[in-house]
Design a protein around this ligand. Structure first.
Ligand SMILES: Cc1cc2nc3c(=O)[nH]c(=O)nc-3n(C[C@H](O)[C@H](O)[C@H](O)COP(=O)(O)O)c2cc1C
Length: 182
């Protein structure tokens, strides 16, 4: 396969579940946020807002709410110096209509693309991240004081890695793709 810096970055990224206590510089976070902001979205609706939580008292309160009870499997994220809550917006009518007609959740696709832009930019900056889908969305929204109708769709933990996990198994290329056939 041809040499590609992007491929190297994509291959080096890991989900990180142990973090150093070292704070993350705001400039690095701003760069990751800029990468997320530039992401494409259906009808250019950009149906999201990224809320960065790096103030320790708020972060503790947020984590206590988000990762309690059945969600405690993700408690490791409380040790990350930064959490990012990706909140969905209603977006544009055209994107909503597309959703209805095609039965495809463009809003979640858009959020996924923007969040992964953040994650890959973080990896380039030497930061570790972990996507977190297993958390109490209701309790987390309440801890942030989000208004009704606003939902945290996904969380990202971020910080300097304190571990170097081995790569997780992926489908082989044969299992993954085909050209001009099913
Ligand atoms: C949408 C999404 C949700 C995820 N939710 C969680 C989660 O709640 N807790 C967790 O520890 N990892 C979570 N992960 C991380 C995956 O487990 C991880 O990406 C996968 O095992 C592959 O490992 P890698 O990221 O190190 O390549 C999530 C990943 C994605 C993309």
């Amino acid at each position: 396969m041809s040499e590609s810096r992007f491929l190297e970055l994509a291959a080096a990224r890991r989900s990180i579940r142990k973090y150093k206590t070292t704070p993350v510089q705001r400039e690095k976070l701003e760069l990751c946020l800029e990468a997320a902001r530039l992401a494409p979205s259906a009808c250019n609706a950009q149906p999201y807002r990224f809320i960065v939580i790096d103030e320790p008292i708020l972060k503790d309160k947020f984590c206590a709410a988000a990762f309690s009870g059945v969600y405690s499997a993700c408690k490791f994220a409380a040790a990350a110096p930064v959490l990012v809550a990706v909140v969905s917006d209603t977006g544009k009518l055209t994107a909503w209509l597309g959703n209805q007609v095609q039965d495809t959740n463009f809003r979640l696709m858009d959020i996924g693309i923007a969040a992964e832009h953040f994650v890959l930019a973080a990896a380039e900056q030497g930061l570790g991240t972990c996507w977190l889908g297993w958390f109490s969305a209701k309790a987390a929204a309440k801890a942030l004081g989000l208004g009704s109708g606003k939902k945290i769709e996904i969380l990202l933990a971020a910080g300097y890695p304190e571990e170097a996990p081995a790569p997780r198994k992926r489908k082989t290329m044969e299992e993954f793709r085909s050209f001009n056939s099913i």
